[in-house]
Design a protein around this ligand. Structure first.
Ligand code: BT5
Length: 256
């Protein structure tokens, strides 16, 4: 794997906004205009926070950390899914350091605590003509001070406050994440995916679980999640013993 970017995420390249439709949209716009790799866009509130497949991401004012990073790795598009996995490991490790709680990763992009989602990741890429990644935007939502009332009907979510009773500062959580991500990103740059894979496996709640693989909400495969291959694809063994690998779509897991 070859990457030109040094892998350093600069803490002084953070742009703060009171309100944005979506930090991912803003970061994509800035990246298109030539913003440097390492730029981080943070919003106090998002009016149209996005999940995958046009899902909504609840991002009320001041209750969580809603931000996106612009990355400019020189990397073949086949490796792009690894960026989400890397960000998931960074988020799980940063939150563990901050709180001493055990967070787990649900493939590919959810950070879970006690079976509930506390953080979601949305990576979006623009490809260059030669098929490499021109830039990537990695958007991350971490629920910090949301209460049960803030979640309303969203019963599958939790926050740092609900889990610990402590009101964490947004700055503190952002710094913890960027410290962790910077290290992993530069390690990935120089040494490849192997150790990120190990860290992902160590933090995963997906392996050994019965999973249903869906593409655009349509079930396409089911079985036991057995392993992650060297590229970051999930290996799933079905009832007939056949193993398929998945690096796209989404996984729905019965218990995590
Ligand atoms: C994700 O999508 O989990 C990616 C979320 C990424 C959000 C960040 S915030 C900063 C940046 N700017 C953006 O516009 N987005 C990124 P997905 O796996 O599709 O999960 C979406 C689902 O999570 C929804 O359909 C809800 O069920 C659930 N959900 C929505 N808001 C949530 C929240 N605050 N906490 C936990 N779960 C939530």
């Amino acid at each position: 794997m070859k990457m030109a970017e040094t892998g350093t995420i600069l803490h002084n390249q953070i742009q703060y906004y009171e309100e944005l439709a979506s930090t991912n949209l803003k970061a994509l716009e800035l990246a298109k205009q030539g913003a440097a790799g390492g730029t981080v866009v943070v919003a106090v509130r998002q009016t149209a926070g996005r999940g995958r497949m046009r899902r909504k991401w609840e991002s009320p004012e001041g209750k969580g950390l809603w931000f996106s990073m612009i990355l400019r790795p020189t990397i073949a598009a086949e490796y792009c899914a690894q960026i989400t996995l890397l960000a998931a490991v960074a988020a799980a490790q940063a939150l563990q350091r901050l709180t001493d709680k055990n967070f787990s990763i649900k493939w590919p992009n959810d950070i879970m605590l006690d079976g509930k989602k506390i953080c979601g990741i949305l990576a979006e890429m623009a490809l260059a003509a030669d098929g490499s990644i021109e830039y990537a935007v990695v958007g991350i939502g971490i629920n910090i001070n949301m209460s049960s009332e803030d979640f309303g009907a969203l019963l599958t979510a939790t926050s740092l406050y609900l889990a610990t009773g402590i009101e964490y500062e947004h700055e503190q959580v952002l710094k913890a994440f960027l410290d962790e991500f910077s290290l992993l990103y530069s390690h990935w740059h120089s040494c490849g995916f192997a150790s990120i894979r190990q860290a992902w496996l160590a933090n995963s709640c997906t392996l050994g679980q019965k999973v249903i693989v869906k593409d655009n909400d349509t079930e396409i495969y089911s079985g036991i999640a057995e392993d992650m291959d060297d590229y970051g694809s999930l290996l799933v063994r079905n009832a007939a013993g056949k193993i398929e690998s998945f690096d796209f779509g989404e996984i729905s897991i019965r218990s995590c």
